[in-house]
Design a protein around this ligand. Sequence first.
Ligand code: NAD
Length: 362
Amino acid sequence: MTKKILILPGDGIGPEIIAQAEKVLAFLINERGFDLKLDHGLLGGCALDAVGAPFPDETLKKAKSSAAILLGAVGGPKWESVERSLRPERGLLAIRSNLQLYANLRPAVLFPQLAMASTLKEEVVSNLDIMFVRELTGGIYFGEPRGIRMLDDGQRQGFNTLVYSESEIERIARTAFEVASKRQGRVCSVDKANVLEATELWREVVNSVAKDYPDIELQHMYVDNAAMQLVRAPKQFDVIVTTNMFGDILSDLASMLTGSIGMLPSASLANDGNGMYEPSHGSAPDIAGQNIANPLATILSLSMLLRYSLCEVEIAEQIERAVSRVLSEGFRTKDIHSDGMNCVGTNEMGDAVVKALASIVN
Ligand code: NAD
């Protein structure tokens, strides 16, 4: 049966990097006979400009009728001063929430060819392979009440609410334990239980879910220590499960261990098998339109889409091998470039991956 993939290029570098993943999809459809139908939609600033909403109803309709979604990135300075509820990032939060994409899997894997591009010493990061499991539809990014209010003394006060229910914690903990059972069998749950009641409950619920997974080793760590440990000795981690905001920050930190944020893919999954796949980085307005953005995180996100939503594990692995091969051949975008390597643009990197893929699958 034909499977529909919804493509949301978004803003900034989004359209440039998505175009490279679409080259891979075109190869799969035209050269390998994959029965896929590509549909396109609007999300973020481009949607606000076109139809007056960052997450149009039309996009929700298309998303609900798709097997999976591939997203570029949203946001940029152009929309920073628009009313808060209309900002591009609100569109992103809304699609995650509407589709109940509560589990954000962010692998931080170091390709050995990029050990030199990491800001840390090679021996600290070689063979790094961490899976972040970030809660994505709850916590302080969604908690109510929120806003900026006027106090009696005439000054303004900003406020947000960190809130987690037991069921929200339980389902993300189960995801983490399941993921760990297919890896090294170790989960580190990151919280701030010494200060925040919401994460005191987090720790309690994670402990009770752990009883169903006696073969998985569970450790708890405060977020400040986790940040330090990620830089000191990152290879101690297998799976890290944490809240929405802590996961947002720690996974960006981990991106630099792997050389560049331009290398990190992500999958956002719902219980019903719905999935949205996107690079971990943002819309990088500072480099948009210059053909210098790294498209590999987006191509690796497509590989996660094929693996998790379409169960096409073989082609997913072949795409990962194609990425590894272009790195071995010396192709580098500017963010991962080092002396002696072949510095290429976004387009050229996309072409190189398709060429490598063709030679791997044929
Ligand atoms: P960013 O991730 O866009 O950029 C941070 C830095 O990394 C910049 O120097 C950028 O040039 C670089 N970078 C990012 N992706 C790259 C790539 N593929 N290749 C090479 N370099 C890359 O984060 P930011 O600057 O904090 O945010 C910019 C905009 O993106 C904001 O509007 C923000 O709200 C939005 N944002 C969107 C998402 C998303 O769509 N999922 C995530 C984070 C930020």
